[in-house]
Structure formats: structure tokens, C-alpha cells
Design a protein around this ligand. Structure first.
Ligand code: THU
Length: 133
């Protein structure tokens, strides 16, 4: 799937706005994510940490949940983090692959023009899938 430059910027901007809302008092590593839905809408999420560390939820999974509760399905994702080329963790890759195994994954930083675009199937070859349901 080829994304128009204007769509990429829209996603990065939405992810940056979400990053500002991150709740990351423990890691101090705020992350914002935005998914493009099949109907053109954009849904954002941020990481939400917890004092019981294992309960932390990543920005990407919260963005996916926002899309799904609105009745939409993710087809691309942008991730904004303090460090360049912060790619989704393994768990989030699997959650994203549920909706489109080859979706574009845009990586950007909190500020600056650098953009890295990967395909999800390169980041998670052999994602789990039920054969038929
Ligand atoms: N985190 C995300 O939200 N997304 C990523 O792609 C990488 C990691 C969060 C989880 C935790 O709150 C913090 O970043 C440090 O791992």
C-alpha cells in the first residue's frame, strides 16, 4: 500500500499530538501512535504506564483499540517517540498484523523531518494467524 505524502504527514501529526498526552512517569519515554483506518479516519493512542509495570499498554495498541471501538479497521500506522526509528514492540506488531499483515509503518521522532517507512511483514515475518475462523 502506497501512502500519499499528505497522509503520512497527517498520521505523524496525529501521533505527535497523542505523544503529548502519554502517561509515562516510569520510563519517561512518551510514545504517540496514529492509525489510518480503511475509511480514511485517523485514530490516535499514547502509552499508558502503570505502577505494576507489566500492565503498561503501548501507544500502538491504544490507537488500534480507538479505531476498532469506532467501527474502523487499521490499514497503516505512524509511531512517534523520543528516539529515532522506534519501531513497535513485538506484541504490538502482532496486534497490528491482525488487521493488515503488510501495512505501512511510519517511524518519526517528536520533532524533525526524518521518516522511516517499513512494511509490517518485514518487521514481523510469520505473524500468527488462525488458518480459518
Ligand atoms: N512503548 C510504546 O508505547 N510503543 C513502542 O513502540 C515502544 C514502547 C512504550 C511502552 C513503555 O511505556 C515505554 O514505551 C518504554 O518501553
Amino acid at each position: 500500500m502506497e501512502l500519499a505524502p499528505v497522509t503520512i504527514e497527517r498520521l505523524v501529526e496525529a501521533a505527535r499530538r497523542a505523544q503529548k498526552r502519554a502517561y509515562a512517569p516510569y520510563s519517561k519515554f512518551p510514545v504517540g501512535a496514529a492509525v489510518l483506518a480503511d475509511d480514511g479516519q485517523v485514530f490516535a493512542g499514547c502509552n499508558v504506564e502503570n505502577g505494576s509495570f507489566g500492565l503498561t499498554v503501548c501507544a500502538e495498541r491504544n490507537a488500534v483499540a480507538a479505531a476498532v471501538v469506532a467501527g474502523a479497521r487499521p490499514v497503516a500506522v505512524a509511531v512517534v517517540a523520543p528516539e529515532a526509528a522506534t519501531a513497535p514492540c513485538g506484541a504490538c506488531r502482532q496486534v497490528l498484523a491482525e488487521f493488515s499483515a503488510s501495512m505501512p509503518v511510519i517511524l518519526a521522532t517528536s520533532d524533525g523531518d526524518s521518516r522511516q517507512i517499513d512494511s509490517l511483514d518485514a518487521l514481523l515475518p510469520g505473524a500468527f494467524r488462525f488458518a480459518k475462523r
